[in-house]
Design a protein around this ligand. Sequence first.
Ligand SMILES: CC(C)(COP(=O)(O)OP(=O)(O)OC[C@H]1O[C@@H](n2cnc3c(N)ncnc32)[C@H](O)[C@@H]1OP(=O)(O)O)[C@@H](O)C(=O)NCCC(=O)NCCS
Length: 214
Amino acid sequence: MRYVIDRMTMPDVPRVIEIERLAYPSTWPPSAYRKELQDNRWAHYIVLRDTQILTEMRLAGEQQEQEKPRKNRLFPLSLLTSRPSVSQLSPELASIVGFAGLWLMVDEAHVTTIAMHPDYRRRGLGELLLVSLIDIAYEIGARWVTLEVRVSNYPAQSLYRKYGFREAGVRHRYYSDNQEDALIMWTDEIHSPEYKQKYTALRTALMQKLEAQG
Ligand SMILES: CC(C)(COP(=O)(O)OP(=O)(O)OC[C@H]1O[C@@H](n2cnc3c(N)ncnc32)[C@H](O)[C@@H]1OP(=O)(O)O)[C@@H](O)C(=O)NCCC(=O)NCCS
């Protein structure tokens, strides 16, 4: 498959922050990611890579090496114009197109963030991030998955509802940038036969869709 999930590492953080700025009205300070990755043993963060970008940029780099005496530019103009925001990044960083994370709190997995680069939305990739988080929740022994989401964020709510999250309450004025309320959403017990069956069916359908995309 073209897209892969990796654990987030410290060198990924500048690109993660770039995507975060495009995805959220307010962002975490870079030090927050440092703390999460280095000091928080209950935190699990992932990045989603587009391997096509990796391949294209590596090929372009090799081509540039071969043509060095004649040309003195970083990447071919065609790549620069089609991907202006990534032209200054290494292939490894430029290939990151989304990220997500959760904390394990006793037996609850709290989704802390999930974001796709705007150019990559509506392809099933936000869903792939959520599925990867739920897979992690199973691996680390969580029994429920929970999160907060802005009351106005219908795309995200629709994604969560698809995966069995239900409203369990409201945190009033939760978001400090505009005092917006947050919906608190929870899954049922993820180990229950009903949830597992639904989750497995959704996950299988998603993987088939993404495989078909190439
Ligand atoms: C929420 C977000 C991660 C979804 O990513 P995405 O890659 O566009 O979503 P997908 O293509 O995987 O869609 C999966 C499901 O999400 C829902 N969805 C996604 N975008 C939607 C939209 N614009 N309108 C309605 N439903 C939407 C649908 O249920 C969809 O399932 P379907 O394809 O069967 O209809 C993305 O919109 C994003 O990064 N938003 C900004 C950051 C954010 O708000 N994060 C959530 C914080 S709580």
